[in-house]
Structure formats: C-alpha cells, structure tokens
Design a protein around this ligand. Structure first.
Ligand SMILES: Cc1ncc(C[n+]2csc(CCOP(=O)(O)OP(=O)(O)O)c2C)c(N)n1
Length: 639
C-alpha cells in the first residue's frame, strides 16, 4: 500500500495549529474535513486505534478550534477517544502515526503531551465536572477565557455528568457543554433521554417552531431571550404533551441550543460564533454520525469504535492467529451456566462485546442488562438483585470498577450480598495505557472485608472459578483475568474449586515463586529458564488472593527461605502484600520479594513490551529471581 502523502493535500499540508485554520475561509474548512478523514483513516488503518468517534467529530473539532481561541479557551474532551482530529490540529499531525504505540503519543488526551490537552481522561463522564472546576478557577482569577466541555450521548449515561450539570445550574457559571449525539456508546446507546431526542428530531412542526425561536433568541439579550425560551418551552410541552430534553436541560439551568447538524461545518461555525458571544451555562446539542465517512464505518459503528490494523478500502481487520480470548470463554461459559440456573443475571456498563456478555444478550436477553456507563449504579443494582435471592454477575473491566469502590463496600460487602464480580482487562492492557490498565483491583478489592478474590491461570480454571462464584452465597466474590488470548488449554465440565485453595504446579528447592493468574504461565516459563541456570524454583498457582491458602503458605514458608510473589497488579497492597502480612503476623522471617507492577503509572505500549519492560515476562521474572537469590548474603549479614 502506498503511503499517504500529506504533501499532496491542498489544505492539510499547511495546517499544524488552530492558528493555521483561521487563515482558511468557511468553504475551505469543508475540504479540509475531507482531507482530515482521509489522513485519519489511512493512518489508523496501518496501526489500529479508535476510529469511529474521531470520524464523527471531524467537523465539530474543526469548528471548535476555528471559533474558539485555543489553548487559551479551554476545550475539554470527555473520554478522549474522539480526540484524534484534535491532535492533528494541535501540533501532532505527524505524531498521529505513533498513536498508542510505545513512546508514541497517547490514544487519549494527556496534559503532559500538549498545552491543548486541557484535561486528561480515558474514563467517561468527567468533562463537565472538570469544566466547572476550570471555570471556577478562571473566575477566581478574573480571567475571561471560554470553557467548553464536549461530551457524547454515551457518556451522558454516567451519573457524574448530571452531578456536574446540577452544580453548574446552581452556580450559573459561563460554561458551554457540547453534547455530541450520535446515538452510539460503544454499542447502541441505552440513554433513556434518547427517546425524547428521537421524537424531537422526527417532529417537523416542533423543529420549525424551535428554529424560529432559536433565530429570535440568538439575537436578543439574555433576559428577554430567557423569557422567550421559557414561554417557548411551555408551548413545546403543550405541543407534544411530553417534556422535551431542551426543557430538561433548561430546568437544570442550561440554555439549550439544538439540534444542530454536526457535519455541516459552515453552520456549526456560525452557531458556535453566536454561542461564543453568550454567557451562562449553555448546552449545544450537536447531531453527528459515528464513523462518518466510508460506508463500512457508518454501517458498522460498533465494530469501528476501535480497530486493529485494517484494509482501508473494506474496513476488514488484518487477521491474526488467535487462541480463544478469555472474554469469549467467560461469555460463553456464563451463558451455559445461566441456561441451567435461572437466578443468574448478567449486568454490564456499556460494554456488551468488551465483557463477553454479548453471548448472554443474544441467548437470554431477558436476564441481560446494559445499564449505560454507570458502574456505580451497576454494582448497587446487582446488590438489589442479590438481596432478593438472585445471582447477579457484574462484568466490568478492572479499571472501570474503580468507579464503584464505595458501592462494593457499602452496598454489597457490608450486607454480605452474593454479587459475582468479573473483571476483564486485569493487569496491563497495552495500547490504551495508564487510564485503562487494570493495575489496582487486587489492592482495592483485597481490603474489603468478606471479599473473595480469584484469578485463573488459564481458561479452564476461569470456567471453574466462574462456576464456583455463581454457587457461592456467603458474600461478594470476584474473579479477574487479563485482556486478550487465553493460554489455549482444553476445556472440561464445570468443577467447583475449594475457596482459598491454591496448588503447587512445579516443585523446587532453591526458591518458591507464588504467582497469580496471568503470571502463573509466565512463572512456569521462568522456572524453566532458571533451571538452565541451575536454580530449581517451585511454582505455586495461588488461585486465591483472598482468602489466602494458609496451609499451603505455611508449608512453603517452612520449606523455602526465599519466596517471590508475582502479580500483574501494583505492588502496593496486592497479593505480595497479603503474603507479607501473613508472614509478619506469623512471625516468619523468610526473605520475601514482592514483584509486580511498580508503584507508578505505566504508559501505553504493546502488553508484551510492557511486561518485558517491567520484568514480568518469563525472562524478566527469571532475572528478578536470580538477582534476589544473590541478595541473600547481604540479608544474612544484616540479621
Ligand atoms: C467509566 C467508563 N466506563 C466505560 C468506558 C468505555 N467506553 C469508552 S468510550 C465509550 C462510549 C462513549 O460513548 P459516547 O460518549 O457517546 O462517545 P462516542 O464514542 O459515541 O463518540 C465507552 C463505554 C469508559 N471509557 N469509561
């Protein structure tokens, strides 16, 4: 495939910063939008990444940077996965070719990366709160810049967005919220307000009426226009016999403008120019199409949310040889269990495919729930189900479950409710980077009283753990596993695992390696490398991070002086900490090395690159063990 040559573009070749945009006339912006799309598709087809959202906001991004004086005016992008065009327009046109790759630019916005990245994200629904903080700081300093939050309809299913709007309405700050409505989250959106929007947009009388009021209020002073809008809102209510979303936002203290066609860059610019002159909380409702551009993208907006490298003419991903991913094993196994057990209910927060619950969705839709990007609600919803004797399975990525920490403690664990937590993407996720690594779950779950935490060494054990979890009725129970392909072992019929029982997989003499989950296979491979260096390491599959297998640990501590714990979780407060606590509480003086993700945020890169960097691959683990063994003399001298 020949390289796309920026030099051959008419406009894009000279656009590096928003200041360059301002030299163009409105009609040029249209052509620039086409060039941007072409460049984006060409680049992402080679390296993979989030595509659909950025294609959808091409004109919106252009218009925002055209009208507002960035970076002095602050644009805050929710999630940040739609920020690729923003990156191209703010000094990172060439760097786009490195996006999400090790040492390349981030796939999300990042304050360290550019002064145009006003606020970093990766998790959804934070932009309006951040905008309020920034606007409040602006006002304290008597500064005059504009603050704009751009949030998708999917992210509007997250409670934080409403908490922020409620607060803004009360404080009456100058803030513009741009609602980028494409009716899609990653999957089709589950926003109940969408029904109101749909009605609105298909109602001709309403639309004509609304645009007339719009035209008039746009040129009036705020008091008159507010009065007119209130009157109009009343008429709207009467007109349709329903509360319209405009009214809803207006009740929250926002002036509502829209719906605006998000692909007509000329109109967008004109609208934003008008809005730029106004003050107070404003919500602009922009309608876009996710994946706007090639038909393979608009026809399959869910598929092109994020892609591996693909053929840019067909959108088909270049296939890789694949072992079954953990996600699929989980999704199919849960569906199998749910067919036999009518009490099982599957719950996810806007990630049906990502979590593997799409299998449940298809086969048992009545016991499948997508609650939106609302992890906190998902957990308490599950608590309610469990309180009434059901077996809810909350399938939420490790990183996103962080959101529901209090709900896990207060609503689930305190009441000993048997909610099953299934955490996909535990450990290092790769290209999505620090906002998405599942680096903390062992730590944040381990401190919860009564929580059982498991991590399978392979997909067969995942099935057994899932079965064990759905049978467990004494309180919350969690299992966590990494992103990507499983080990490739044969599957067997479900078998129950004794709670808190680990297993010795390989016996040794010189050191004991206690590993969890994903790290078990790495540790077994490390033990083989160690053998070549004449080190005989015993390898234990801990299976349980909580409760620990006290009997097994006592045996290990009695036989080995040197013990190494390995986990793909932060070393702070995880499995190694648990083993150390066990040792201290039992007055055991063995040498313990806690090896895991260091206590810092880990950048993006391929998982194998990151595991190598952190010495969590087989080679790295073997080196860590050898280094630890050589340290013992020093320890002996000290004691
Ligand atoms: C707290 C949290 N949960 C889940 C996700 C995963 N996620 C990333 S983007 C996205 C959909 C966002 O939809 P929307 O805001 O409408 O943006 P669009 O992609 O449609 O432009 C989801 C669910 C996330 N980023 N944060």
């Amino acid at each position: 495939m020949s390289d796309y040559d920026l030099k051959n573009t008419k406009f894009l070749k000279d656009v590096n910063y928003p200041s360059d945009l301002k030299k163009l006339n409105l009609m040029d912006l249209r052509n620039l939008a086409d060039e941007l799309r072409e460049y984006l598709i060409d680049t992402i087809s080679k390296i993979g990444g989030h595509l659909g959202a950025s294609l959808g906001v091409c004109e919106l991004t252009l218009a925002l940077h055209y009208v507002f004086n960035t970076p002095e005016d602050k644009i805050i992008w929710d999630v940040g996965h739609q920020g690729y065009i923003h990156k191209i327009l703010t000094g990172r046109k060439e760097a786009l070719k490195t996006i999400r790759q090790k040492n390349g630019i981030s796939g999300f916005l990042k304050r360290d990366e550019s002064e145009f990245d006003v606020f970093g994200a990766g998790h959804a629904s934070t932009s309006i709160s951040a905008a309020l903080g920034i606007a409040t700081a602006r006002d304290f300093q008597n500064k005059k810049y504009k603050v704009v939050a751009v949030i998708g309809d999917g992210s509007m299913t997250g409670g934080m967005a409403y908490e922020a709007m409620n607060n803004i309405g009360l404080l009456k700050k100058d803030i513009i919220v741009v609602l980028n409505d494409n009716k899609m989250s990653i999957a089709p959106n589950v926003w109940s307000l969408q029904n109101y929007f749909n009605e609105l947009m298909t109602n001709d009388t309403y639309n004509k009426f609304r645009s007339k009021v719009w035209e008039m209020t746009g040129v009036l002073d705020k008091r008159t226009s507010d009065r007119l809008r209130r009157a109009a809102a009343k008429i709207e209510g009467g007109l349709k016999g329903v509360i319209t979303p405009g009214m809803l936002f207006e009740a929250l203290g926002f002036r509502y403008f829209g719906p605006v066609n998000g692909h007509n860059v000329v109109n967008l610019v004109k609208t934003l120019e008008e809005i730029h002159k106004m003050s107070g909380p404003i919500l602009v409702h922009v309608i876009t199409e996710k994946g706007k551009g090639p038909s393979y993208a608009t026809d399959h907006p869910q598929k092109i949310h994020a892609l591996n490298p693909f053929d840019k003419t067909t959108g088909i991903e270049h296939k890789k040889i694949k072992v079954t991913p953990y996600t699929k094993v989980f999704g199919e196994s849960l569906t199998e269990l749910a067919k036999k057990d009518e009490k099982i209910i599957a719950v996810n927060a806007a990630m049906p495919d990502g979590t593997g619950l799409n299998y449940m969705q298809k086969e048992i839709p009545e016991r499948y729930f997508d609650v939106g990007i609302a992890e906190q609600h998902a957990v308490t919803f599950c608590a309610g189900l469990a309180a009434e004797g059901f077996t809810p399975v909350a399938a939420i990525y490790s990183t996103f479950l962080q959101r529901a920490f209090d709900q896990i403690i207060h609503d689930v664990a305190l009441q000993k409710l048997p909610v099953v937590f299934v955490l996909d993407r535990a450990g290092l996720v790769g290209a999505d980077g620090p906002t998405h690594h599942g680096a903390f779950d062992l730590s944040y779950l381990r401190l919860v009283p009564g929580m059982v935490i498991m991590s399978p060494k392979d997909e067969a054990e995942l099935r057994d753990m899932l079965y064990t979890a759905t049978q467990y009725k004494r309180g919350p129970i969690a299992l966590r596993y990494p992103r990507g392909n499983a080990v490739g072992v044969e599957l067997h019929d479900f078998q129950k695992i004794d709670i808190g029982k680990g297993e010795i997989l390989k016996s040794g003499e010189d050191a004991a390696i206690l590993a969890v989950g994903n790290m078990v296979s790495h540790s077994l491979a490390a033990a083989e490398l160690l053998e070549k260096a004449n080190v005989k390491a015993e390898v234990v599959n801990a299976r349980f991070i909580k409760p620990l297998d006290i009997k097994l640990l006592s045996d290990i501590f009695s036989r080995f002086r040197k013990i190494i714990t390995i986990e793909d979780n932060t070393v702070s407060g995880g499995f190694g900490s648990a083993v150390t606590e066990f040792a201290i509480q039992n007055n055991l003086k063995n040498d313990i090395l806690i090896h895991g993700i260091p206590d810092r945020f880990i950048d993006h890169g391929k998982p194998e690159e990151l595991y190598e960097e952190l010495k969590l691959d087989a080679k790295g683990i073997s080196e860590v063990v050898i280094e630890f063994l050589s340290r013992v003399k020093y320890h002996d001298e000290k004691i």
